[in-house]
Design a protein around this ligand. Structure first.
Ligand code: 13P
Length: 337
């Protein structure tokens, strides 16, 4: 393992005022996003849409440290023949790759999921490294419901995350480890705190056991929030304080950065929560974003599948990237919106 190379990449991923664009929607997920704007999900449409984001030059240069890609995109070329990974690298951002094969129903555990994709992962990572990927992502899904998550679900998912992380580091790729506690449900914010604490505790036990070099990893967690169907919703300060309290207990200081997923939060909440945490400050790790929907919802809608909307869509993406870049420094305020 080349520890120095891994540390350099991980630190670049959490450069001050920058965060990650999660553009790694699987073929099924991007189809859902395109359905919402009545656009067919063809290979060319997916390429045009993503190329448009990656060519939003100022936003990419100033606020985006890396882009997570789906396998198809890492192999795709821009309209002018330049590989999309090169288009990204030309802006100074690092290309990354989603390597999990998706969350599947867990045998014998109704309502729970386990992420697949370890078989053959070593060979795939070596190929991705040759294609220019500097980091990778693996997402585990943890649902909250009566009696869930089970200890078995947490153990299976964090074990897989740790084995994935070890394989990434062997291939000189920085692993983003993402144990996502899902927002859907009627649970309280306290229950989200409890489950997020259990998931992160189990994750760092497993990473330790597998000998993963924490300085060469990035954590991608959920925030501690109320279940979406709970009539009592924790406010901005409570989310910020409970999330940080959970991380101070569970996340070792050796971890260089924590980049949040947006998980279905509104664009405004995703930015405001990140900003509130950075305003509290005094943190041993960088705290930034790795948003999919909270960066892309606005440009996707503005684009609507029409080339003539490119400038408007790029402006919408640039705005969200700028707002989240400010939030990563604790320098955002609502009137900037
Ligand atoms: P969202 O920000 O839309 O949750 O997506 C981030 C991501 O990469 C989930 O795996």
């Amino acid at each position: 393992m080349n520890k120095q190379a891994l540390e350099t990449i991980a630190q670049a991923m959490v450069t001050d005022g920058k965060g990650i664009l999660a553009a790694d929607e699987s073929t099924g997920t991007i189809k859902k996003r395109f359905d919402s704007i009545n656009v067919d999900s063809t290979e060319d449409n997916r390429r045009d849409y993503r190329e448009m984001l990656f060519r939003t030059e100022d936003a990419m240069r100033e606020h985006i440290s890396g882009v997570i890609l789906f396998d198809e995109t890492l192999r795709q070329k821009a309209a002018d023949g330049t590989p999309l990974a090169q288009v990204i690298a030309d802006t100074g951002a690092l290309p990354g790759i989603k390597v999990d094969a998706g969350a599947k129903p867990m045998a014998g555990h109704d309502g729970e999921m386990v992420t697949e994709g370890l078989d053959g992962l070593r060979d795939r990572l070596n190929e991705y490294h040759a294609l220019g990927a500097k980091f990778a992502k693996w997402r585990a899904v943890i649902n909250i419901a009566d009696g869930l998550p089970s200890a078995a679900c947490l153990a299976a998912n964090t074990h897989a995350l740790a084995r994935y992380a070890a394989l990434c580091q062997e291939a000189e790729i920085v692993p983003i480890v993402e144990p996502e506690v899902i927002m859907d449900g009627t649970h309280t914010v306290e229950r989200c705190y409890e489950v997020t604490t259990a998931a992160l505790t189990s994750l760092y036990e497993q990473l330790g056991q597998q000998g993963v070099h924490l300085e060469g990893t990035i954590l991608k967690p959920n925030m501690v929030v109320s279940g979406t169907e709970n009539s009592v919703q924790a406010g901005l300060e409570q989310v910020a304080e409970m999330t940080l309290d959970c991380f101070h207990k569970c996340v070792p200081e050796a971890v260089p950065g924590i980049v949040f997923l947006s998980g279905g939060q509104s664009d405004h909440d995703a930015t405001a929560h990140l900003d509130a945490m950075n305003k509290i400050g005094g943190l041993p790790w960088k705290l930034s974003f790795s948003y999919g929907r909270a960066l892309q919802a606005a440009p996707l809608k503005a684009w609507g599948g029409k080339a003539e909307n490119t400038a408007t869509a790029q402006a919408a993406f640039a705005h969200r990237a700028k707002m989240n870049g400010l939030a990563a420094r604790g320098a955002w305020s609502a009137d900037m919106e």
